[in-house]
Ligand binder design. Structure first.
Ligand SMILES: Cc1cc2nc3c(=O)[nH]c(=O)nc-3n(C[C@H](O)[C@H](O)[C@H](O)COP(=O)(O)OP(=O)(O)OC[C@H]3O[C@@H](n4cnc5c(N)ncnc54)[C@H](O)[C@@H]3O)c2cc1C
Length: 449
């Protein structure tokens, strides 16, 4: 890269990537637990896609029964440690807390859940569930992200023989390779995978289905297959200059940051991130934390339309990110390496099919911004070439179609969940899908007996 930001000291990296939500002490957890009103209709529980019995797990913290609390949490959500640290609680459980309506701070449900799950992990994750005796049936799971791990855990508990095939060298999916290091550590995600192995599931890493093992082999070996393959194909900008050195897709950049080998990740002095979703915000704040001097977001619509959560937007502003709204890149300029980005100003028009206002370029409004690095974060799609190998697999607007009750796809032996069916939501949605799909698979296999 031409114009690299200087490397930081290891202390500076540690400081920049320090956790943004530190853990509770035992006293502060007890005090917070005792604030809970234990509402009879638990709006927080309804707001959580996995429907954790939040009042009950908090009550158990208040009475000092942390193992019981962990059991309450895990019986609803196998990805509870990651969710405790990375869930957008502001718009889910904590957003639904009745204290909000009273003008008071909501119960810090995420931090309380984290308190319990950290306690459980620190004690070596002692067994709290007893899997049913083996039923002689086997399920193959493609992808060890949160959807695959949750599905594997639930099926293992029901007595199924479960093998998870994971392309990467370590399990966890984006929980291991994508979530910002100042929210959680990759060990948290690896511990969740360990928990599933302890329930009897086998996780085979470095096994890309369709490459290291064929789909036909999987179909022969297993009574049903769950697809938790996520979204691996980055959407391209399709503008001149995208092939220049110094242009990166957000997932590749973020993946390198999550390995925590920060000094090995080169970052430009001036970094432009194209897009305004949560991935774009993560990429831009991570670039800043790596030492970039100027970081900016380029987005074709206004702040009203951006899909990033408000609290992520606020975090980026605190980190000194400049926002170029109503701006879209037209071409990336440079000789061999990116040196500037040419943009055009946009204006908003009528609502389009996605329910967002359309954005149209303003003629002759081009301008250039000198930059050293471009990160593209305009979305990802499922890997079409892999999915095309599955017989009769129906897609719906680019995602895998499933029956919303059973999570069965149009190819009867295949079930699916997580990002590959919803186009990219949150960990908690993937965790909920994986668990529900396990029950769909159980019904399918047992009714075909
Ligand atoms: C940068 C980024 C930051 C995020 N931050 C947050 C956050 O803070 N909080 C939050 O709640 N959500 C966050 N999300 C969203 C969240 O990570 C995803 O919704 C969630 O991980 C989806 O889980 P999944 O199991 O469907 O897919 P993934 O996590 O993508 O896992 C899919 C797995 O399948 C494997 N795989 C794919 N194809 C094959 C194959 N052919 N053979 C074998 N294995 C295969 C992949 O290697 C991968 O490990 C973030 C997403 C991104 C991109």
């Amino acid at each position: 890269m031409n114009n690299l930001a200087p490397k930081l000291t290891s202390e500076e990296y540690e400081k920049n990537f320090a956790e943004i939500h530190p853990p509770f002490t035992p006293n502060s957890a007890a005090a917070e637990a005792n604030r809970c009103l234990y509402c009879f209709d638990s709006p927080c529980m309804k707001a959580c896609p996995t429907h954790i019995d939040i009042s009950t797990f908090i009550k158990k913290i208040a009475s000092g029964n942390l193992k019981g609390s962990a059991k309450t949490i895990l019986s609803a959500n196998w990805i509870a440690l990651t969710c405790a640290k990375a869930c957008p609680v502001e718009v889910l459980c904590e957003g639904a807390c009745v204290y909000n309506a009273r003008g008071e701070d909501p119960i810090q449900i995420g931090r309380l859940q984290r308190y319990v799950m950290d306690w459980y992990v620190e004690r070596g994750m002692p067994p709290i569930f007893t899997p049913a005796p083996k039923n002689g049936k086997s399920v193959g799971i493609v992808g060890a992200g949160p959807a695959g791990i949750a599905c594997a855990a639930e099926l293992s508990l029901m007595g199924y023989g479960v093998t998870v095939y994971e392309a990467k060298s370590e399990p966890g999916g984006l929980d291991t390779w994508g979530i910002a290091p100042y929210k959680m550590k990759r060990e948290d995600s690896l511990n969740e995978a360990k928990m599933v192995e302890r329930l009897g599931a086998t996780i085979k890493t470095g096994m890309r289905v369709g490459d290291n093992i064929s789909l036909d082999d999987l179909i022969r070996k297993h009574d049903a297959i769950f697809l938790g393959v996520g979204l691996r194909t980055p959407t391209r900008l399709r503008i001149p200059g995208e092939e220049l050195a110094g242009v990166h897709d957000a997932l590749t950049f973020i993946e390198r940051v999550t390995t925590r080998k920060w000094s090995s990740v080169d970052v430009g002095k001036r970094v432009a991130v194209v897009g305004a979703g949560n991935t774009a915000i993560d990429a831009v704040t991570e670039a800043k934390r790596l030492g970039a001097e100027q970081v900016m977001i380029i987005y074709r619509r206004s702040s009203e339309e951006m899909s990033a959560y408000d609290f992520e937007f606020e975090l980026a502003k605190i980190d000194g990110v400049t926002f170029h709204f109503l701006t879209t890149p037209k071409r990336i300029l440079g000789t061999g390496h990116v040196g500037a980005i040419e943009c055009v100003r946009m204006k908003l028009g009528a609502m389009d099919a996605d329910g967002k206002r359309s954005a149209e370029p303003i003629p002759n409004s081009e301008f250039q911004i000198p930059i050293d690095m471009v990160i593209t974060a305009v979305g990802q799609t499922p890997e079409k070439s892999f999915l095309a190998q599955i017989p009769n697999l129906k897609m719906d607007r680019g995602n895998v179609w499933v029956n919303p009750e059973t999570y069965q796809t149009s190819s009867p032996k295949f079930f699916a969940g997580g990002d590959c069916i919803n186009g990219g939501k949150e960990v908690v949605n993937a965790a909920a899908d994986g668990k529900k799909a396990a029950h769909g698979i159980d019904n399918f296999i047992m009714s075909n007996e």
